[in-house]
Design a binder for this molecule. Structure first.
Ligand SMILES: [Zn+2]
Length: 418
């Protein structure tokens, strides 16, 4: 299967791009139509890499607008956790499908997810055509019986995941140090090492987490993970907000990957901004995530790029920090690198995970600087076409089955709340 993008603007220059077998095959001023099975006319459209969402809880789309404006632990204990106990595989499937639809419509090509009912999210991703890293979740709440059961489930999930399409990557998802026992974290460390798996966790999101960790273990969260041998370049830490300088040095030493979630951090008022400049100056890979729809409330990476850049500027009173091109790279090239993916850059041999941007929309005019417009002016609505692994998932802003996906998710949310 091949696809020709005809006369799309690449860095402002019209080119033809041939996609074949899921990869970018050729970029040239002009290519003959006959080379491709399908042609998309690109006049007036810019081609850019797709966006990589480094931290999400896809099926939490079902909780969008439910229980806003609460403190984190109150929100979790009174709103989210009681409802999550009622989730079924079928409800999660509809929530995850809605998330995939929203991501396709706002230009996301990959997401790193952590949620209950792994199989349901995997099925949604397979059907919708996106790429994803899906976590085998561990939350044992210090209960050995629960841990034993979750270990068995995750061993089986990992085996089954080998049969999924290569668009899906299995990772281990110990939720956080305050929901997973030491034995649970040690199992994650060993199973990940044996099977060369990435680990996805929440880390140092709130000051309370640091206080509780000091009380329980006499160590701060990053020190605790270092002590357990969990720090490595296979670890993806979401948030990493409440850190002292020694903890930042530990993350640097072990080349831990970090995902900043500015919208969620602001909405849940975690009380501190992410130490972006320090991490960048010390060579850490920092990506961007939306977090779940309970704390965001959308999955639009354009909005997340803008919040990320603005929050950094505001926090340290410096408008030069995180310029537009850095926010853009966090969501594209660096996002892909963090997860060992071959996309995020437009060049021959790279993954054909691309977006066509409608440059004729008012928020994209007059068009002095495409990246500035994408980060500071655009929303996901400027994406006209989303392509993943060379397959068109959206064209002219239309996704197949859209109305049915939204209706089914509405119905699922109603049944869950009912
Ligand atoms: Zn999260």
């Amino acid at each position: 299967m091949s696809l020709l993008l005809r006369q799309v603007l690449l860095d402002g220059v019209p080119v033809d791009i041939l996609l074949e077998d899921g990869l970018i095959c050729q970029i040239a001023p002009e290519l003959p139509d006959a080379v491709a099975d399908q042609v998309i006319e690109g006049a007036g459209k810019a081609v850019v890499p797709g966006l990589y969402n480094g931290h999400s809880h896809a099926a939490m789309t079902l909780f969008r607008g439910y229980g806003d404006d609460l403190e984190l632990m109150e929100w979790l204990t009174t709103k989210i956790w009681p409802l999550e106990e009622k989730l079924t595989e079928e409800l999660v499937y509809h929530g995850a499908r809605l998330a995939c639809l929203e991501m396709i419509k706002s230009g996301t090509v990959f997401f790193n997810d952590m949620y209950w009912h792994f199989d349901a999210t995997a099925r949604a991703v397979e059907e919708m055509g996106l790429r994803a890293a899906l976590s085998g979740v561990i939350i044992d709440l210090n209960d050995p019986a629960r841990l034993k059961e979750q270990i068995a489930v995750n061993r089986e999930r990992f085996q089954k995941s080998l049969d999924f399409s290569p668009r899906i990557k299995f990772v281990l998802g110990p939720h956080a140090i305050y929901t997973v026992s030491q034995a649970g974290l040690e199992w994650v460390r060993d199973f990940a090492a044996e099977n060369d798996l990435m680990i996805h966790t929440h880390l140092s999101e709130t000051e309370q987490e640091v206080k509780d960790c000091l009380d329980a273990h006499g160590l701060r969260p990053v020190e605790y993970l270092a002590d357990l041998g969990l720090l490595s370049d296979k670890l993806v830490a979401a948030h990493a907000v409440w850190l002292n300088i020694d903890e930042m040095k530990l993350l640097e030493k072990y080349k831990v990957k970090v995902i900043n979630n500015p919208v969620s951090n602001m909405k849940l008022a975690v009380g501190k901004s992410f130490s972006y400049r320090h991490f960048i100056e010390h060579g850490l890979l920092v990506g961007l995530g939306t977090d779940g729809c309970g704390s965001n409330n959308n999955l639009d990476m354009f909005e997340t790029m803008k919040f990320s850049a603005l929050l950094q500027k505001f926090a340290i009173s410096d408008p030069t920090v995180q310029p537009a091109n850095e926010a853009w790279r966090m969501a594209t090239e660096i996002g892909a690198r963090i997860f060992g993916l071959n996309g995020g850059v437009i060049a021959a041999g790279r993954d054909a995970d691309l977006l066509l941007i409608d440059c004729d929309r008012p928020e994209m005019a007059p068009g002095h600087n495409l990246i500035s417009d994408l980060v500071y002016s655009a929303s996901g609505a400027v994406v006209d076409t989303t392509i993943v692994a060379g397959k068109v998932l959206m064209q002219n802003r239309k996704v197949e089955g859209e109305a049915e996906i939204i209706a089914a998710a509405r119905d699922a949310a109603q049944r869950l709340m009912g």
